[in-house]
Design a protein around this ligand. Structure first.
Ligand SMILES: CC(C)(COP(=O)(O)OP(=O)(O)OC[C@H]1O[C@@H](n2cnc3c(N)ncnc32)[C@H](O)[C@@H]1OP(=O)(O)O)[C@@H](O)C(=O)NCCC(=O)NCCS
Length: 193
């Protein structure tokens, strides 16, 4: 795909910039916000490295990992980040239609406003309408209720038969965790859109 900036009624989904450091570091260094995430709290250098990665990934041709800043259109304030990436499963044999994976994180002050759902709905639309996605997936820790509620609001379905494990965070003592796998197929998506 080509990185494409997107807009919703309240949000702008745009490329990362070096000047986003303070906001990105705020969410990426907050242990509680990372309770169910797969990465450890970032040092300032980690955050700078991630921003450089996100900027480079957006410029890549093709772009296989589109990392978005979620920005409030009215204030211009950064609310969080979202990712739309081509699934690793594409490396396997035989899959000819793209499977995309979605992810999201909001600054604590931007949670509870519907921003994650609004951003993820637009990324799902973009994946199906403009990138010919066959399926859009998302995963989360089995106890990350706020995250799987986003998946449900997107119209994704839980696949209970897909049982996977993931590493826990520093707050969870790195214990092995159950992971939930959600997905919406192209057919299911267009039945309701
Ligand atoms: C996961 C995460 C993004 C979900 O954030 P969220 O704010 O709960 O999700 P949304 O932005 O979709 O907001 C939905 C909430 O906003 C409320 N809301 C308030 N105003 C709203 C509006 N105008 N429109 C829609 N919803 C609104 C909804 O009622 C809902 O609250 P409820 O679930 O208590 O009913 C957030 O908890 C987070 O960043 N967590 C830390 C990182 C993380 O775990 N990421 C996921 C890893 S898999």
């Amino acid at each position: 795909m080509t990185f494409t900036e997107l807009e919703t009624p309240r949000l702008r989904l745009r490329k990362f910039r070096e000047s986003d450091f303070a906001a990105v570091h705020s969410w990426a260094s907050d242990q509680e916000n990372l309770r169910y995430m797969l990465f450890d709290p970032h040092t300032a250098d980690d955050t700078r490295g991630f921003i450089r990665f996100a900027i480079a990934a957006a410029e890549a041709a093709p772009c296989v990992n589109a990392q978005y800043i979620i920005e409030a259109r009215d204030s211009g304030a950064v609310a969080g980040g979202a990712g739309l990436s081509l699934s690793d499963d594409m490396d396997g044999g035989g899959i000819t239609q793209p499977i995309f994976e979605l992810g999201w994180i909001l600054l604590r002050g931007a949670q509870g406003l519907g921003f994650a759902t609004e951003a993820a709905c637009e990324l799902t639309r973009f994946a199906f309408d403009e990138q010919h996605a066959a399926t859009v997936t998302a995963t989360c820790d089995a106890e990350n209720v706020r995250s799987y509620r986003v998946m449900e609001r997107l119209g994704m379905r839980l696949f209970p038969e897909i049982k996977r494990k993931r590493r826990g965070s520093v707050l969870l003592g790195y214990a092995e965790r159950d992971e939930l796998f959600y997905a919406v197929t192209r057919e299911q998506y267009y039945l309701s859109h």
